[in-house]
Design a protein around this ligand. Structure first.
Ligand SMILES: Nc1ncnc2c1ncn2[C@@H]1O[C@H](COP(=O)(O)OP(=O)(O)OP(=O)(O)O)[C@@H](O)[C@H]1O
Length: 261
């Protein structure tokens, strides 16, 4: 069993105005652990991921990454909002792949991947190029180095986005519905790449997906989530071979009936 907790949500609440989207989340992710987050549309999954990526700020509670508070710093024994420098530093451990790729359209595939290592990590161009090429090999797109995003299929764009996140060598990668914007015939190539990365084992993963079979296949733990709370969690085999899972079965049937998001 893995010992070290890499990410820890401590009683996290998040509201937008009067709408409380997360209602006290406690969740730990161990080093190298693959956690699949499953829940209906609007249940707060993306918000949970965006808090970790520092794209949203918690209303209450704390998040720890690799033993350090993410959103807070302790000054003279009191917790206060972290400085941008601190956020930037801790966020360096986290990579994210979004539903809609978010590639830079005016840059080639290679330039897209080299950009952050050069501007954020201060790598020399030659080093960044070498790393970028290594990642493109991994996602099977080394022949596309000089191509612009507009000339790629959705599946290829998402594989570039994965390479771009991987090249920063994060300790955890968040995948937020990485295949839901793709035509069905392109889903498999992206899932294959994610699975390959998962099998390497080193990196933690928080995977938000409605690809149920895929989640069951690669996840060490599945977390069922609805209306801002965790309903149930555990290793996929325990959750699905348990005769007392009527409640889970009815939860899952909402996905198969089109309530997925
Ligand atoms: N910036 C925002 N301002 C106001 N409300 C927001 C904001 N972001 C999200 N919400 C609301 O918070 C709730 C949870 O949204 P979130 O995107 O986290 O859910 P989700 O489970 O990821 O859903 P989906 O699968 O459809 O993306 C929704 O009701 C959404 O409308």
């Amino acid at each position: 069993m893995k010992e070290n907790i890499l990410v820890k949500y401590n009683d996290i609440h998040k509201s937008y105005g009067d709408l409380e989207v997360l209602k006290g989340i406690n969740l730990g992710i161990h080093e190298g652990e693959k956690v699949a987050l499953i829940g209906p549309s609007g249940s707060g999954k993306t918000t949970l991921a965006r808090l970790l990526m520092t794209l949203e700020e918690p209303t209450e509670g704390t998040i720890e990454v690799d033993g350090k508070l993410l959103w807070h710093e302790e000054v003279n024994g009191k917790l206060q909002r972290a400085s941008e420098k601190h956020l930037h530093e801790v966020r360096g451990n986290i990579g994210m792949v979004f539903q809609h790729f978010h590639l830079f359209p005016h840059m080639t595939v290679l330039e897209n991947i080299m950009e952050a290592p050069m501007s954020v990590l201060g790598l020399k161009k030659s080093e960044a190029k070498k790393d970028a090429e290594e990642m493109l090999e991994k996602v099977g797109l080394i022949d596309k180095v000089d191509t612009y995003p507009a000339q790629l299929s959705g599946g290829q764009k998402q594989r570039v986005a994965i390479a771009r996140a991987l090249v920063m060598r994060p300790k955890i990668m968040i995948f937020d519905e990485p295949t839901s914007a793709l035509d069905p015939e392109l889903v498999g190539e992206v899932l294959d790449v994610i699975k390959e990365i998962a099998l390497e084992g080193k990196m933690g993963m928080l995977l938000i997906t409605h690809e149920m079979d895929f989640a069951m296949d690669i996840a060490d733990r599945v977390v069922f989530f609805d209306e801002g709370i965790i309903l149930e969690q555990g290793p996929p085999k325990e959750l699905f071979n348990n005769p007392e899972t009527d409640r889970l079965q009815s939860f899952l049937s909402r996905f198969t009936n089109g309530g997925i998001g």
